[in-house]
Structure formats: structure tokens, C-alpha cells
Ligand binder design. Structure first.
Ligand code: PMP
Ligand code: GLU
Length: 397
């Protein structure tokens, strides 16, 4: 039996694979420290859970409109206006099963076969694969550590050709923690507008910025760029709601309409109960977000200092999100108990096997000299994991 060549060419998500492996080892009783998946360790705040329980009790357990409830669409509009100075009407908002699903809808809606999408590299593992699944061609645009891994308009321009249809922006970014300034976004907006490119702006780590910078949505920089931008956001990271699966987009009405049609056949509505919880999250008190952010900031500082103190390892200071992207290339060519480290895949495999520490190799992020460590875990775990990492490096031959 011949299966779909397109689907067979897709590799499984390395972030989710590492996470599943680490969680399985823990279930088997192995004391693994998981710096793998980017998932807040915090519980979903109480008032959000209560809203879900109330929804179940009230029998809010049926289909909703495929693109989400008007109540949640309105709550998203309120959030976009208050936080991002962006005015959308509810019919421009599509609620989906997580931001990953939103991205899938976006590329389904905007791409024709062979259309190219510029993706600054290092990038989050799923962008190229979601583009491919929707018949597009991902084009990696290398960025430099010296510019904190932020793409410039000039770098994007170099990858431009007649087939270029869109570019992906992710600020604050996964895996490097880059945060674009207003001026940098203005330059990119000018480039996108000059070449009539869609901008897919993934803002899922929006509130998690630690260096005093303000999050700016590129869509807020003018009507022209707003028209070209599809804002992607979600509740997984901000409200520790990874399992609830709520993400959303805001875009031009005609794009929203196509995405809603696609979704109406693919999945129907996102979970009705999670939608009620999302309304409570967006409209309720926000001090839970500030508390989580403060904890992430402390963990980031600790992790960056410790990594930099280990000979042979280095990282830039991530301005946002909750990852440290660590350069491990100095270990290539060395060995651990007779096993050679030739790249970040070997590094990550040996670190898990020999030191019971899970990290994600940089290969899937388009950066084979690096591994990614998430700091969305308790400080004691971080300290223990980094001690093991330090010992592992110290014992390399
Ligand atoms: N975008 C980025 C950059 C991410 O890191 C994630 C993490 N899962 C997502 C989108 C998707 O998040 P979710 O599907 O949980 O909303
Ligand atoms: N986005 C998170 C990560 O990069 C969660 C896993 C995933 O969806 O990729 O680890």
C-alpha cells in the first residue's frame, strides 16, 4: 500500500518527541530532568479552571460555531485592542485548537502549491513542516547570533523571489528568545509591504519579555501592514493552558472566512468548555501572568549564568519566551564513554542516556550547533539539571 508521499516526508515534532520520551522515562521511575518541551510547569490558574467547571455544570457541552463562540471572539478583540492597540471585529477572529492549529489554517488559507514562505532561522520546529503540509516551500533565512538571531529586512530580501508569498515572524521567539523592537519591525513591515507579502506573526510568547522591552505587534504599525498580517496567538504559554488547546488568529475578513471554512471541515469548533475557560483567562485578573513571568525571569537569569560558567558552553541572553539556546559546538569531536559527539543530535542523546537530562537538539530548529533548554520548570529541577550538565561536560574526553 502506498501512503501519501507528502505526509510521509514530514518528520515528527522533535520537541514533542523528546518530551514524550522524558515523561515516559519518568513514569518508568528514571529520575530525568526535562528541559525539553516548552510547557509551563505552573497549574492553570484557579479562576480559569472554575470557569470550565461552571461551563460543564451549565451544560455548555455542545457544538459551538466552527470558528469559535461569539463571546470568545469578542474577548479576543478586547485583548487585541487593549494590549496591542489593534482593532478587529469578531468576524475577523478564528478560534482554533491551539496556535499550532491556527498556523495550519493560515497556511491552508494563503498558500498555493509552490508558494515560498520565508522563515528566519533558527525557527520553531513546526513552521517548515506546516508549510510543507500545505503545499508551500519553506525557505530558511539565516540570522546571526550577533544580531540576537533577529532577521533584518536585508537578509529577508536576499531570499526573495517571484514565488515568495509570505514571511514568518515570531517575537518573542522560540528557540532563541529574540524580541524585535518597533524600529526593526518597521523595517520588516516596509519590506513586506513593498513586495506585497503576507506576514504570519506568531505572538504566542507575547507577555514573556524580561529586558524591559515592550511587545509590539507588527500589525499595529499601520493599516497597510495590518492588512497583510495574520496575527497568531494562543493561551498555552501565557496562562499555562497547554492541554486546553485554544489558539486564535486575527486577520483580514476574507482570510478569516477561508480559515473558518477549512476548520469547519477539518475539526469543527474547538472544545466548548475550553472556550469558556479562555474567556475567563482573557477577561479575568491578569496578576497570574505577572507572577509566572517573574518566576520565568528568575529562572532565566540563573540558567544563563550557569550555562556561561561551564567551560565550552555559551549562549546569548534570551530577551523573551522561556528557552536558552546553547551553543554546544565546542563539544563536537569529543566523546563520552567511547561514544563520539559529532553534532547536537549525539549531544542530546548522550546527555539523556548518561546524565538523565533531556534537551532538544538544534537540528530541528535549523541550527545544528545548538541545543535548546526550556526553563519552564521549577528552580530546584533547573539547578539539579544544570549540575548534571556541568558534570557531563566535565567528564567528556
Ligand atoms: N508557536 C510557537 C513559537 C510555539 O513555541 C508553540 C508551542 N507549542 C506554538 C506556536 C503552538 O502552541 P499551541 O498549539 O500550544 O497553542
Ligand atoms: N512549542 C513548544 C516547544 O517548542 C511545545 C511543543 C511543540 O508544540 O512543539 O517545545
Amino acid at each position: 500500500m502506498i501512503l501519501s508521499a507528502k505526509a510521509m516526508a514530514i518528520s515528527p515534532s522533535p520537541t514533542l518527541t523528546i518530551d514524550a520520551k522524558a515523561k515516559q522515562l519518568v513514569a518508568e521511575g528514571v529520575d530525568v530532568i526535562g528541559f525539553g518541551a516548552g510547557e509551563p510547569d505552573f497549574d492553570t490558574p484557579g479562576h480559569i479552571k472554575e470557569a470550565a467547571i461552571a461551563a460543564i455544570r451549565a451544560g455548555f457541552t455542545k457544538y459551538t460555531p466552527a470558528q469559535g463562540t461569539p463571546e470568545l471572539q469578542k474577548a479576543v478583540c478586547h485583548k487585541l485592542l487593549t494590549d496591542n492597540n489593534l482593532s478587529y471585529s469578531p468576524d475577523q477572529v478564528v478560534i482554533s485548537n491551539g496556535a499550532k492549529h491556527s498556523l495550519s489554517n493560515v497556511f491552508a488559507a494563503i498558500l498555493n502549491p509552490g508558494d515560498e514562505v520565508l522563515i528566519p532561522s533558527p525557527y520553531w520546529v513546526s513552521y517548515p513542516e506546516i508549510v510543507r503540509l500545505n503545499d508551500g516551500v519553506p525557505v530558511s533565512v539565516p540570522t546571526s547570533a550577533a544580531n540576537s538571531f533577529k532577521a533584518t529586512a536585508a537578509e529577508l530580501e536576499q531570499a526573495l523571489n517571484k514565488k515568495t508569498k509570505a514571511l514568518v515572524l515570531n517575537s518573542p521567539g522560540n528557540p532563541t528568545g529574540q524580541v524585535y523592537s518597533r524600529e526593526e519591525l518597521q523595517a520588516i513591515a516596509g519590506f513586506a509591504a513593498a513586495h506585497n507579502l503576507f506576514v504570519v506573526s506568531d505572538e504566542i510568547y507575547e507577555p514573556l519579555i524580561y529586558n524591559g522591552q515592550q511587545h509590539v505587534s507588527i500589525a499595529s504599525l499601520g493599516e497597510n501592514i495590518k492588512d497583510l498580517t495574520i496575527v497568531v496567538n494562543g493561551l498555552s504559554k501565557t496562562y499555562a493552558m497547554t492541554g486546553w488547546r485554544i489558539g486564535y488568529t486575527a486577520s483580514r475578513r476574507e482570510i478569516a472566512k477561508v480559515m473558518a471554512s477549512v476548520q469547519s471541515h477539518a475539526t469543527s469548533n474547538p472544545n466548548s468548555i475550553a472556550q469558556k475557560a479562555a474567556v475567563a483567562a482573557l477577561l479575568g485578573p491578569q496578576d497570574c501572568v505577572a507572577e509566572m513571568k517573574a518566576a520565568f525571569a528568575r529562572r532565566r537569569d540563573h540558567m544563563v549564568a550557569k550555562v556561561r560558567s561551564i567551560p565550552g558552553l555559551s549562549c546569548i541572553e534570551p530577551a523573551g519566551a522561556f528557552y536558552v539556546f546553547m551553543d554546544v559546538s565546542a563539544t563536537f569531536g569529543r566523546s563520552c564513554r567511547g561514544q563520539n559527539i559529532t553534532g547536537s543530535d549525539d549531544f542530546a542523546a548522550l546527555l539523556l542516556e548518561q546524565a538523565q537530562v533531556a534537551v532538544v537538539p538544534g537540528t530541528g530548529f535549523g541550527a545544528p550547533a545548538y541545543v535548546r533548554l526550556s526553563y519552564a520548570l521549577a528552580m530546584e529541577q533547573i539547578e539539579k539539571g544544570l549540575e548534571r550538565l556541568s558534570r557531563f561536560i566535565g567528564e567528556l574526553n
